[in-house]
Write a protein that binds this ligand. Structure first.
Ligand code: SF4
Length: 318
């Protein structure tokens, strides 16, 4: 038994939910028609160079529908694919989901929270989009519900963030996380491994920084070149600047990362999935011989390899 209270070799999000809520929770994505300051001209009109929200927004999400209608459609869709759940976490996923006036946010979040079976929210956003009023609203909601604010941190390296046109620095991420910790709002981060110009050494060195942040959870993503993005053009012009993990190498890398990671941080994702039709470069999820694997298959491979290596999350954390 590991410190997180079960026998899996990492502090897994689904197990965390069972521990806290006594049952499996189903995330249900909703698209509330947000935009993003990195696209609407406030910071930039270019967006992050890899950004194409269509690549991960599920087919049942449609901003023309109300939040209630999207939740109904999403739950129907997910009940066919997965074991039926009875408790839900609406996931405000597409674009920047704190980027509206606080009164509008309150209305949207409350509509989701009032849906039967909903126990909390996951809200994806940027670290530079948390003003005092919104933080106050989320702190209030956190007293009653499970509220997880997910920040796209992506890298701890400002030069990398600049090269992908993120439009914020790592310090802004660290500051936003401190605000959340002070106000009692759970905060998670996204990190991307393999961004152009990054090195294995630098990616791994981030573990100490990440481990020292007041974090609830982490999602790790391998970098993928998505069709129709500015990164696709860059990839066609300079493929040599891209760090292309093989699947085996990625599995070894995330294990190296996780064994240095603070064991208190819940792991919500090891890799990103997207429909193959959006891919414009190699992917660890694709294999010439065996075709595409799904996220759960990759997790099984990671867990098997952790067992072979006799390691676990935080084994080298100090
Ligand atoms: S912050 Fe998110 S939505 Fe905005 S451009 Fe970057 S990836 Fe796209």
């Amino acid at each position: 038994m590991y410190p997180w209270g079960h026998n899996r070799r990492f502090n897994a999000f689904p197990n965390y939910c069972v521990k806290v809520f006594g049952q499996r929770l189903q995330k249900v994505a909703v698209d509330a028609g947000f935009t993003c300051p990195n696209r609407d001209g406030t910071l930039s009109t270019e967006g992050c160079l890899y950004c194409n929200n269509d690549a991960f927004n599920p087919s049942y999400c449609n901003p023309v529908l109300t939040i209630t209608e999207q939740l109904k459609a999403g739950i129907d869709f997910l009940n066919v694919r997965y074991k039926k759940a009875h408790k839900y976490l609406p996931y405000f996923q597409a674009y920047t989901n704190t980027y509206k006036p606080v009164k509008e946010l309150e209305k949207l979040y409350n509509e989701a929270l009032n849906f039967p079976g909903v126990v909390g929210l996951i809200i994806g956003t940027r670290p530079d989009c948390l003003d005092d009023e919104t933080a106050g609203l989320l702190a209030d909601l956190s007293r009653e519900y499970f509220i997880l604010l997910e920040f796209g941190v992506e890298s701890c390296n400002d030069a990398i963030l600049k090269s992908i046109n993120r439009g914020h620095t790592f310090k802004q991420s660290a500051d936003a996380l401190k605000i959340c910790a002070t106000l009692g709002i759970k905060a998670g981060i996204h990190l991307i491994f393999g961004l152009p110009g990054d090195t294995r050494e630098n990616m791994l060195a981030q573990t100490d920084i990440i481990s020292s942040l007041p974090l609830h959870s982490i999602k790790m993503h391998q970098f993928q070149v998505v069709k129709g993005t500015k990164m696709e053009t860059l990839y066609q012009q300079q493929p040599e600047i891209f760090y292309n993990f093989s699947r085996e190498e990625y599995i070894e890398f995330v294990i190296d990362f996780v064994e240095r990671l603070n064991p208190a941080i819940v792991i919500d994702r090891f890799a990103g999935e997207m429909p193959p039709r959006y891919l414009a470069g190699p992917s660890i999820m694709a294999d010439k011989t065996w075709g595409f694997i799904r996220n759960d298959q990759l997790i099984q491979m990671i867990e098997k390899r952790m067992q072979q290596r006799e390691t676990w999350q935080g084994r080298l954390y100090s």
